[in-house]
Design a protein around this ligand. Sequence first.
Ligand code: GDP
Ligand code: IMO
Ligand code: MG
Length: 424
Amino acid sequence: MSKNTIVVGCQWGDEGKGKVVDMLAEKADVIARFQGGANAGHTIITKDKKLILHLIPSGVTHEDKICYIGNGVVLDLFGIMEELEALKSEGISTKDRLFISSAANLVMPYHKLIDEIEEKKRGGDGIGTTLRGIGPAYRDKISRCGVRMADLYAPERLKKKLEYQKKIKGEYLTGSDDDRANLEKIYDDMIKLAPIFKPCITNVSIDLENHHKAGKSILYEGAQGAMLDIDLGTYPFATSSNTTVGGALTGLGIGPKMIDEVVGIVKAYTTRVGGGPFPTELVDDSGNRLREAGCEYGATTGRPRRCGWLDIVSLKHACRINGVDKIAITKLDVLDGFDKIKVCTGYKLNGETLSEVPLDLSDLWDIKPVYEELDGWDKPTAGLTKFEDLPENAKKYVNYMADSLNVGIALVSTGPKRSDTIVL
Ligand code: GDP
Ligand code: IMO
Ligand code: MG
């Protein structure tokens, strides 16, 4: 691994970023999360225990590492408290090594209420959000009325901001008996939380520059995936942040020269949770088999993930918009035992075959995937740690992915544990 690496998802999220970041963190000094919020669910396995992190960087279980949460993240303080508790019960302390940007916007309880109400209003055409208040929180940020971390330490400013919220969110908040609409209670709760987070508040941009100058190795952790990017994903079935490399720069306040390499995480097949187009989706036995073999149930919401074959066309888009140098291929083991494996190499639209995603990504509803069929392998890859031990057809599959995308391979993951990895 290069010294300063951005790790991003290349599909619709849940590619295995948590596992890969946790594994790569062994060789890094600093891990910094740059966007998204508690919509993310990053699974890591520590000493055979499963830990799902939503906001805290996935390198946190290495107790000699420093973790940052950048200004690009929307922070649910109640959520982060739960994560800190879970870490504590595992005997993991974050004291003096977890830092949060004073400019990070907060997900307030009313954001979650609004997320729920709006999702209901959308009816059958719902985005299928995680209901973690992400859209409403980013909307306030962009409207310049969000509550930031720094406001917790300026009570008068916080009060004023909440009074303004009452004016602009009357439709949702006035007359509601939901606690999440109770701005007086929210103010009191926030003021109580303030001292707990005070030692964590920092200027992340300056800290990271200092680490960089001191020759430290920094791992930048993204959430979600390229196809959920607010600008470049399957809008409006997307999340509300830039999940791609630009998000790392703006979400942490760093320049491009602090980056040596971009590693894109690619699951060996495709999954998606929530609504929206999914060209290679399988609604048959193969899809069910992928879901069960891959335990494809949401780490945040528990929802069954939609499953399908690998989609090279959308992956080319993801690699281009991220400038991916190398891919980390995950969940190869889930394909063990498939006789034939299909890979989508083109999209048929209005009689034409496209090799790139259409400019208007909503056309993805109408395209028909063009498949190439590859031979599967009959020996298991699960748990393998050496490339030469992979069955020949598994080697071919992995190389096919890298060649089609014109990228290198950083690693191949053959199981959920840190050790189930082939490092190349
Ligand atoms: P993330 O959001 O990208 O961090 O991914 P999630 O944690 O939501 O989902 C990935 C799931 O796959 C988790 O349950 C991981 O423990 C699991 N996982 C990660 N890599 C592998 C792998 O190579 N093989 C298998 N079988 N499971 C994996
Ligand atoms: P990680 O980091 C998979 C999806 C939701 C929904 C859409 C918008 O674990 O890969 P939002 O709550 O963000 O407004 O929902 O985005 N989504 C994810 N899908 N993995 C995630 O995160 C996701 N975060 C959001 O399912 O379709
Ligand atoms: Mg996830």
